[in-house]
Ligand binder design. Structure first.
Ligand code: PAN
Ligand code: ZN
Length: 201
């Protein structure tokens, strides 16, 4: 029988924390390879290995039909023009879907279908519920000026596969252009960064 304390938790939608549980912190050094602007990564790391996001996971039960969930909190900010984001992953059990619920702040979710390579971007904000289908790489991005917090609920046996994304990254990137968040092809963004370096702009 699952312990009563596992059945009920209090969470703070502003801080993105769950009472009594220690968050896992992801700092710039943990995902520096994911951001495209390498000069900006180096400059930011020289200043501080700052917190990008934290996640607190709850695993109340295991086995067939059981659920796990987590609360995430992504700090506002950018590395170069690219907004703070999560590492992103596929579920090890590819069929496992997930539900995201926006709690606070202004965000986006980047979904990339592993089978077709096609991408979709959905808004993640308070009062929104997002369904992430199976076999879909997912990354959360804070495009606002305050922390972005959300809940994610997934099958207990989903598992987290970070390998594929760590190797190839998402095909699209979310960057700031003229004060607006825009979704661009990462390859185009990388070419633009190379041109800027070559021309010294
Ligand atoms: C979420 C994520 C959370 C952090 O709970 O784990 O947003 O992102 P990364 O796991 O990519 O670092 C989830 O999707 N769980 O399955
Ligand atoms: Zn997930």
């Amino acid at each position: 029988m699952t312990d009563l304390s596992e059945l009920f938790k209090l969470f703070d939608p502003t801080l993105g924390t769950i009472d009594g549980l220690e968050p896992i912190e992801r700092r710039l050094v943990d995902l520096h390879t994911m951001f495209s602007d390498k000069q900006a990564v180096t400059a930011a790391l020289q200043a501080e290995n700052h917190l990008i996001y934290s996640v607190t996971a709850v695993q109340p039960d295991e086995g067939d039909g059981a659920l796990h969930y987590g609360i995430g909190c992504i700090m506002p900010g950018r590395i170069g023009d690219e907004y703070h984001m999560t590492k992103g992953h596929l579920h090890s059990r590819r069929a496992a879907a997930e539900v995201y619920i926006g709690l606070q702040g202004e965000g986006l979710m980047l979904l990339e279908d592993e089978r077709t390579g096609s991408s979709r971007t959905l808004p993640l904000q308070p009062h929104s519920v997002l369904y992430v289908p199976g076999a879909t790489a997912h990354r959360t991005i804070n495009i606002g000026a305050s922390p972005l917090t959300y809940l994610g609920i997934y099958p207990a046996d989903a598992g987290h596969d970070y390998g594929a994304i760590a190797e190839r990254n998402f095909r699209q990137a979310v960057i700031c252009r003229n004060g607006e968040a825009v979704v661009v092809e990462r390859s185009d963004y990388l070419r633009q960064l190379e041109r800027n370096t070559a021309t010294g702009s």
